[in-house]
Design a protein around this ligand. Structure first.
Ligand SMILES: [Zn+2]
Ligand SMILES: [Zn+2]
Length: 253
């Protein structure tokens, strides 16, 4: 199923400037929060009544008045989904669960990392609640239907064991990919973080086999840094693009 009238807000939150994406179907108000790990007060204020600082990037109405004229009376948060379990992406999930009482989706291979979110945050000087436990599991190649929204899930290990990229297909425009820390504009996520199972060769394999086949105009929303698209990264990314040593090596074998 394709998503017609998609509204996407992204919030760059927390000391690590992590991207939280809020995806809404304008027709139904059904809303999913991807990586709601930091500054949840700010995210909740904007979702519920357009108050506060608002998003850093938006595909939708920018004011309460234009929101009303868009026909959307009230967004309903129906699920939380995470690309992976590093604490900046997941540390404040308990606050969102307290507020919305919805399911939280995470790949099970990140469950151990998730159990360390509070301790990892403390190491960076952040005070975080007792880590949330995901009640729903993401799987490779699953189609995730959440209310009127549909997501394709790609398990892309390498930055973490359970890292996933989340695609939303759009009928009348480019698709959108929420890439977590697997793929950045001109870079990729670190593979040396503790307890994460990072592995650069595995990350490269994930990107080459799961992401490069996607439509070239797919908008990529990375976990950190600016938006990009699959075509640009496939042709120019120095770490995993078609001219990178590992891509050339991968296609020899
Ligand atoms: Zn990460
Ligand atoms: Zn991150």
């Amino acid at each position: 199923m394709l998503n017609n009238e998609l509204w996407i807000d992204s919030f760059i939150v927390g000391a690590l400037a992590m991207r939280c994406s809020v995806v809404t179907d304008l027709k139904t108000g059904d809303t999913v929060i991807i990586d709601g790990g930091s500054e949840t007060d700010r995210i909740i204020s904007w979702i519920e009544d357009f108050s506060g600082q608002g998003p850093d990037w938006s595909k939708g109405p920018s004011s309460f008045e234009s929101m009303k004229s868009s026909g959307l009376s009230k967004r309903k948060v129906i699920a939380l989904v995470n690309t992976h379990a590093h604490f900046d992406h997941s540390g404040e999930i308990p606050y969102l669960l307290d507020r919305y009482h919805v399911s939280w989706y995470l790949h099970p291979e990140d469950d151990y990392l998730q159990s360390l979110a509070q301790i990892s945050g403390q190491r960076w000087g952040f005070s975080l609640p007792t880590p949330a436990i995901a009640d729903k599991q993401l799987e490779d190649n699953m189609t995730l239907n959440l209310g009127s929204l549909t997501f394709e899930i790609y398990h892309t290990p390498g930055h973490t064991l359970g890292g996933c990229c989340i695609e939303v297909k759009v009928e009348d425009g480019p698709n959108h990919l929420f890439a977590g820390d697997t793929l950045f504009a001109g870079s990729v996520g670190r593979t040396d973080l503790p307890h994460s199972g990072g592995d650069f060769n595995l990350l490269a394999k994930s990107v080459i086999t799961k992401l490069w086949p996607l439509d070239l105009d797919t908008v990529v929303h990375p976990g950190h840094g600016p938006l990009t698209d699959i075509g640009v990264e496939k042709s120019t990314n120095p770490f995993v693009g078609v001219n990178s040593p590992i891509y050339v090596e991968f296609h020899k074998s």
